[in-house]
Each structure stands twice: as C-alpha cells, then as structure tokens.
Design a protein around this ligand. Structure first.
Ligand code: ZN
Length: 133
C-alpha cells in the first residue's frame, strides 16, 4: 500500500454536500463522475496529497443507498493507492482478508479498484485503487 488515496463519504444530496465541503476545505470539487455500474454519482476534492470522494446513490439498490439507510451519512470507505492491484489482492488474500472483487473493476477517477469486506478489517470498508495509465 502506498498512501491513503482518498476517503469516501456517503451523502444524501451531492449538490448540498459539494457546497458544504467547499466551505470546509476552502475550495470547490474538481470533478464529478457517475459510475453507473455502482449506482453512484461522485465528486472529488483535493486536500493536500489526498482526496475526498463524496458519493450519492443514483438508485435505491445502490450500495450507497443501503449504507445510508443502515448507518446514515458519513465515512463509507478508505481507499489506499497500490502499484499493482492484482499482486496486492493475492497478498491480502494470503493474509486472510476477504476480498470482494478478486478481479479488479473500473472505478471512478480513472482507477482499477477492489474492495475488502469490512468484516475482515475491523468494520472499515477498504478500497484498493491503482491508477490506469
Ligand atoms: Zn473510493
């Protein structure tokens, strides 16, 4: 793992939260992106070397909709940058972590991503992400 790439935050209303986080961070988001396979609309803020990803559900079946239903708005996942996602997945499986996506999938922000099940990581949904060149 290289560094914390971003922190994902589940929100009910992306427009409102974009304003809130712009006030908080003192700058606007630099992009929005819809990931239809995940049923989410996202926006990204830069904060020093790290990013904040806001996630709004675009359908009631979206994992974000279900998360908010259960837990309310808040921190949804922590994403770590990795150089080689396939070898990192294998390493973590060997360590006993439950990998939800054995084959990495295309995520937001031009990344290949895979998630670890929170039951194997003290309740924290962990995302691995590798920049696609
Ligand atoms: Zn993320």
């Amino acid at each position: 793992m290289e560094k914390i790439e971003h922190i994902g935050i589940a929100v009910k209303n992306l427009d409102k939260s974009n304003q809130l986080f712009a006030s908080l961070l003192g700058k606007s988001h630099y992009k929005t992106e819809e990931v239809s396979s995940e049923g989410v609309k996202t926006s990204f803020f830069q904060s020093g070397p790290n990013k904040i990803e806001l996630l709004e559900a675009t359908s009631p079946e979206s994992p974000i909709a279900k998360f908010i239903e259960k837990k309310g708005e808040g921190v949804h996942h922590i994403a770590f940058a990795v150089n080689n996602i396939e070898s990192e997945i294998k390493r973590l499986q060997k360590e006993g972590f439950v990998v939800l996506n054995e084959t990495p999938k295309k995520g937001a922000d031009n990344k290949l991503v895979a998630f670890l099940h929170p039951k194997s990581t003290n309740g924290v949904l962990v995302e691995l992400c590798q920049e696609i060149d």
